[in-house]
Write a protein of this length. Structure first.
Length: 659
């Protein structure tokens, strides 16, 4: 059934059921004894929030505070509780503490007190069930508007009709999709594609709908798997897609003989995900190797990296957390780290090797090669001899062969900076999941043809055991993934990590920082969103700016130095000698140039009035970073905070949605 998930979601679905009964059916409240979910409260919130949008400066919470200033307590609590409902779904995009802090902020801004130790604020209720896209954070005002309009329409129905809509899945789907025209007239973008639509389908009808918040992913699953279920793919409407997803699930439950299936987990995930290599599956080793996929669902932090053995490349623009994700979410879990022994007292055993590829990195560094070694002679002398030395991967594989019940990993940072074909050599074949070295019943390796080779230097038999995983990172700004060796692409799963403005904490995890003028706070998340939308149009998605550039920014001085020392130099690399392009990315209201400036030099003074160079250079200005951004700028001439706000305030949020 669709409600199956290896995450702890029982309490979340129970909370959703209580919300459905208490709020949607009875019109009461989650946190108070007031009649919060009422027609009057929804009408009031629509008038104050949707019909009177705040297009000025400030972040979402500052604006909402102003919009709720004259609201009744019922309307204020409704804004809090609708936000709480939306927070039931995301698992990693917004953490548990972040959800609580945001709810507390809305309450304190509205003069309300969020009850302590309330059942609706427990960790098990706010832990989340899935991972919506980053626009759920950056465009939260849209999701909130959609939610208010949907449930306003529901609450206006007579109670008997309302209960019928909530009880029957087909009726609920047809009803919510029938609101599309009305929602379009209220200027809510793409009602069929709103992530909130998919979230509510799962929360209210978890036996019929998947924990998938993406229209694109639902469509891709239907296109890939409908034929396997004996269906003709129908992606003509959202409701048709949802019906086919249910039919596809029923088919595979019959095939695998279990209801415990998840489209984000094996075996279904590999069937529809285009980035997964669909190699022919073979029987595993006779010996129990490593940890079976799925035995520790939290280890990979919901990254859905597929079954073991794994070959995964994390790729994306600079600053998107590729290495951080590997070190903190993949390698730090139980697959590759464990206590060193029963009496180790806090010591841990790490079973991974970290290397960085570069133009000089070679086969000898990774596999084996001849190296000079200092040797102690019998007469006490030392001499230099040339001996075969194991490289990083070979040494790791020896450890894995000696301990086949545990998993090991090779981590290659900046994989595309090395000569991949030269470094891996003949082992490119042995990397494939169905070409890995197996173990017999006693745990000894079986060196079979096609799964092992004879190394040219040592003449030893060698293979990559199936308890070894290979993870790599690749910066797409350095080299497009389209240029990566096709043989490597076929053997790896590619996982793209894009800029995620939602993880930028700013000051006190608000995503914004205070300014040193009277113009209001600076929204770092929206600032990055606008920069990357412009870069995507001008240079492509590979040339974006990662969220890590702004994660440590907590003040206006931090922001100035980040732009001066990190952002603008990166743009100079992206737009080599093209300062007009840089000025477009950093344009403020009306296209004005604030961060960089062009100056006309005194050409006649430099070259003389008759110089030919004067004619050639007369149209070529000299560009530079704005003087007020430089480290030596006087305190009374610091770069104005208003220019940072002007960079994003003049850009409609809808224009940044390039999905």
């Amino acid at each position: 059934m669709s409600r199956y998930c290896d995450l702890p979601i029982t309490s979340i679905l129970a909370a959703a059921e209580r919300w459905k009964q208490r709020c949607l059916t009875e019109g009461l409240s989650i946190f108070t004894d007031l009649s919060v979910w009422s027609t009057s409260a929804f009408d009031e919130l629509k008038r104050l929030y949707i019909d009177a949008p705040d297009m000025g400066s400030g972040n979402f919470y500052d604006k909402l505070k102003g919009q709720l200033a004259t609201a009744s307590d019922e309307a204020k609590w409704l804004a809090v509780e609708v936000t709480w409902v939306l927070y039931l779904f995301p698992a990693k995009l917004i953490g548990i503490q972040g959800k609580r802090k945001n709810l507390e902020l809305i309450c304190s801004n509205a003069g309300l007190q969020l009850p302590k130790d309330h059942w609706a604020l427990q960790d098990k209720v706010l832990s989340g069930v899935g991972n919506p896209g980053t626009y759920f954070n950056t465009g939260f005002w849209v999701e909130l508007s959609y939610t208010l309009l949907v449930f306003r329409a529901l609450i206006r129905l007579p109670r008997e009709q309302r209960e019928a809509v909530l009880q029957e899945d087909d009726l609920f789907v047809s009803w919510i999709d029938s609101l599309a025209d009305v929602l379009e007239s209220d200027k809510v973008m793409n009602p069929h594609n709103r992530q909130a639509r998919h979230i509510f389908l799962f929360l209210l009808q978890p036996d019929f709908h998947e924990r998938i918040a993406s229209s694109t992913q639902k469509r891709n699953i239907v296109k890939k798997l409908a034929n396997r279920a004996g269906l003709r793919p129908d992606v003509g409407s959202p409701s048709a897609i949802d019906k086919q997803l249910l039919a596809i699930r029923n088919h595979f439950e019959s095939v695998y003989g279990t209801t415990e299936l998840d489209f984000y987990r094996s075996p279904l995930y590999e069937l529809w995900n285009e980035e997964k290599s669909l190699a022919v599956e073979e029987a595993s080793s006779e010996y129990m190797v490593g940890q079976a996929a799925g035995t520790e669902p939290e280890t990979d932090a919901g990254l859905d990296l597929g079954a073991f053995p794994r070959n995964v490349i994390f790729y994306g623009p600079p600053g998107t957390g590729k290495t951080w994700t590997l070190m903190n979410q993949v390698l730090s879990g139980g697959h590759y780290v464990s206590p060193a022994g029963p009496h180790a007292s806090g010591e841990v055993e790490t079973r991974y090797t970290f290397v960085t590829f570069h133009p000089s990195y070679s086969y000898e560094d990774l596999i084996e090669g001849l190296r000079p070694v200092e040797v102690q002679c019998a007469d006490g002398r030392t001499e230099i001899q040339i001996k075969t030395r194991d490289g990083a991967l070979k040494a790791l594989c020896k450890r894995a062969i000696a301990d086949p019940k545990k998993r090991f990993a090779l981590v290659v940072d900046e994989v595309n900076r090395g000569n991949i074909a030269k470094i891996f050599g003949e082992l490119i074949t042995l990397m494939e999941s169905d070409k890995r070295l197996r173990f017999d019943k006693s745990g000894k390796p079986k060196y079979e043809p096609g799964r092992s080779v004879t190394l040219p230097t040592s003449q030893e038999f060698f293979g990559i055991p199936e308890n070894v995983d290979i993870y790599c990172t690749m910066n797409t700004a350095d080299r497009s993934i389209a240029l990566v060796d096709i043989a490597l692409r076929r053997r790896f799963v590619f996982r793209e990590l894009l800029p995620n403005p939602g993880v930028i904490a700013g000051e006190q995890e608000t995503g914004s920082i205070p300014s040193d003028d009277d113009g209001g706070r600076i929204d770092l998340r929206r600032l990055l969103l606008v920069l990357n939308a412009r870069l995507t149009v001008l240079r492509g998605r590979d040339a974006c700016i990662g969220h890590a550039y702004f994660c440590k920014v907590t003040s206006i001085d931090d922001l100035r130095s980040t732009f001066r020392d990190r952002v603008i130099p990166l743009l100079q690399e992206y737009f080599y000698e093209d300062w007009e392009g840089i000025s477009l990315v950093l344009a403020v209201s009306g296209g004005a140039k604030a961060f960089v400036e062009a100056t006309q030099t005194n050409l006649e003074g430099l070259f003389g009035p008759q110089s030919r160079e004067v004619v050639k250079l007369s149209e070529a200005p000299v560009w530079r970073i704005a003087r007020s951004l430089r480290p030596d700028a006087p305190d009374d001439e610091l770069f104005p905070a208003s220019s940072f706000r002007a960079l994003y305030e003049s850009v409609p949020l809808a224009a940044t949605d390039l999905s």
